[in-house]
Structure formats: C-alpha cells, structure tokens
Design a protein around this ligand. Structure first.
Ligand code: PHE
Length: 339
C-alpha cells in the first residue's frame, strides 16, 4: 500500500493532458484498482481487522484523490491558451433573436385590456361550432343565404348528436352559449377566430378574427352602446374617434346597424384608406333581438342588451397602416418582425 503513493508520483510525472490524467485516475481509483479491491475486502474482515485496516485505506484514498486534484489544477493552469480561451471583451456582441407575439395576438390583448378597464369579462367558445349556435340560436331562418355553402365551410362529419358542424362564421356563435350559462346583468367581449368561404384579396380573408361584445341588463340602450364604442375606439387609436350608425339588418338584432368610425389615418379628412369618405366600416351591431333571449332561455321582454361584431384585422390594419390583410397569415418574418 505504501508503494501506491510512490507509484502515483511517478505516473503523474508522465501526465501531459487531462486524458492522461483520467487514465491514471482509473488505474488508482477505478473499480478494478488495487485500492477498490482492498476496500471490498473490508466487508469480509472481522470487526477488529476492519477497525485497523479501514482508516488506513481511507487515508490512502484521500491521498490519491488530493494528488490527482492538484495535478488537474496544475494542468488546467498550463493548458490555458490566452489566444484561444481568453474572452475579448472589445469584440462586438452577438444578439440573440427574441420572439414576440403575432400582431393579431398583440391587437387582441390591447383590445382586451381596454375592455377589462371598463369592467368587461372575456368569454370564449369553440371554433368548430354546431349549426344551432352559429345560426338557429341567432334567429337565422332555415333557408337564410348565410348558411349557404358559398358563405360557410361545412364539415362533412356530424357530431355524436347528429348535428351539422362548421367552422364558426362569426363570434356571435358564443352569445347564446354564454347566455345559457349566465344570468344578466353582464358585459363581455368574445375575441376569436372565424372562417368564411370567400375568395381572398387585399381586404378579404377566409380566416380572420372578430371580437363580439354583448352587454345585457335591465336598462341597456343604443346610447350605452354608442358611448362604450366611442370610448373604446378613442382609447384604441389614442385619438378622438367619431361614431356613425347606419340602419342594417341582422336576424339576431333589432334594430340593427352598420357601424362606421371616423378614419383614424386622416382624422376624417379623406384618404386612400377610407376611400376619401372620412369613414371606415368596422362591423355590425344592434339591440339583441328578443327572439335570441327566448332561444337562450330568458323571459321575453325582460332584459335588453346590445351586441356587436367587429373585425380585429381591420383595426390592426388601420392602427399600423397595413394595406393587405393577407400579410397576417403569410408567415413572412419581414412583416412579423416589424411589430
Ligand atoms: N355577426 C355579425 C357579422 O359577423 C356582426 C354582428 C355582431 C352584428 C353582433 C350585430 C351584432 O357580420
């Protein structure tokens, strides 16, 4: 055993690299080393023998370990190559790219923040919807053209209840879902993805986003709607926005409106974005039709509410001056990185 100490000194003299050192370590401390074999023998000794031999072996082990550590430290010091290993702090740094949310996600979050500050809740519903919530519950007649293959994609498979399914054509599909679960008064917005069977061009997409608003209570009227919309748009565009309602028709609202805002790009003076009219159409709105309340299980003429559905892409396009809606789904990083 005493020889071990001498031998290791000799072996270490020949060590030139960390690999050499590892080989020496295995010879002296490895499973098959003389030391390990003797340590294993301890188990078969009488308690008296063990008392004598144990501390000796332990001391040798510590000696070997310390010697190897010292050699390792010495090797590391001499193998440090200043040219190769030193850090040149005068070199320009490498920037790691940091990802971020898609502009549509960012816009939806901005919209949500404004509505949360006005006391609204955020609601949600499925993107694949049944015919009932997308159409019937919203008072669409059975033969309404919006149900047509030209306007909606239909899935070839029905659900387990035999209902026809479609990717929802508007976020209004969540209205009755929410009303079945909640009792007024409430105010919610429903941001989400929707799908339309239509050809695409610079201002049309087959897949885009809307955010629905639904406010229901005892005494809700068009003035509330106009005020909340005006507050929202002025906050979103960070400038005073005017609102204009034009009569329209939706089966689920009565009366119904098309909803325009003063052009945030030219402040109503007229520009290419608003086609020189000073106004931009952002969506549909109206007072909730009592039929819809009844279909949701509420008593007729008991509550009043308003609803709207506005396009998210359209708002993002105005805010960030984007002239082609197809850019959002293009996956083009040159576009995405600008946000
Ligand atoms: N769902 C309608 C659309 O997509 C918009 C709308 C929502 C109209 C709520 C009135 C009330 O065109």
């Amino acid at each position: 055993m005493e020889n071990i100490a001498k031998n290791i000194e000799k072996d270490l003299d020949e060590v030139r690299s960390l690999e050499d050192l590892e080989r020496v370590r295995i010879t002296y401390l490895g499973r098959k080393s003389f030391l390990s074999e003797n340590l294993r023998l301890l188990g078969k000794m009488t308690p008296e023998e063990r008392k004598e031999q144990g501390p000796k072996l332990q001391a040798i082990k510590e000696h070997i370990t310390r010697t190897l550590d010292e050699k390792k430290y010495a090797l590391e010091q001499t193998s440090f190559d200043w040219k190769k290993d030193a850090l040149d702090i005068s070199l320009p740094g490498k920037k790691s790219p940091i990802g971020h949310f898609h502009p549509i996600t960012q816009t939806i979050r901005e919209i949500e923040d404004i509505f949360i500050s006005m006391g609204f809740d955020i609601a949600d519903g499925p993107e694949i919807e049944n015919e009932f919530y997308n159409f019937d519950a919203l008072n669409f007649p059975k033969n309404h053209p919006a149900r047509d293959m030209q306007d909606a994609y239909w899935l070839s498979e029905k659900n387990e209840k035999g209902e026809k399914l479609l990717p929802r054509t508007h976020t209004s599909s969540v209205q009755v879902r929410y009303m079945q679960e909640n009792t007024p008064p409430f105010r919610i917005i429903i941001p989400g993805k929707i799908f339309r069977h239509e050809p695409t061009d610079a201002s049309h997409e087959h897949t885009f986003h809307q955010f629905e608003a639904l406010v229901v209570g005892d005494d809700v009227n068009v003035a509330h709607f106009k005020y909340i919309a005006q507050e929202f748009f002025s906050s979103f565009f960070d400038t005073a926005i005017e609102i204009r309602l034009r009569p329209s028709f939706f089966p689920f609202t009565e009366p119904s409106f098309e909803f325009d805002i003063s052009c945030a790009v030219c402040e109503g003076k007229g520009c290419s974005v608003c086609k020189r009219t000073g106004w931009i159409e952002v969506g549909g709105a109206g007072m909730v039709n009592q039929e819809v309340f009844v279909l949701a299980g509420y008593k007729e003429n008991f509550y009043r509410g308003f609803a709207w559905g506005f396009g998210v892409e359209r708002l993002a396009m105005m805010k960030y001056k984007i002239d082609d809606i197809r850019l959002f789904h293009s996956g083009d990083l040159r576009f995405i990185r600008q946000f």
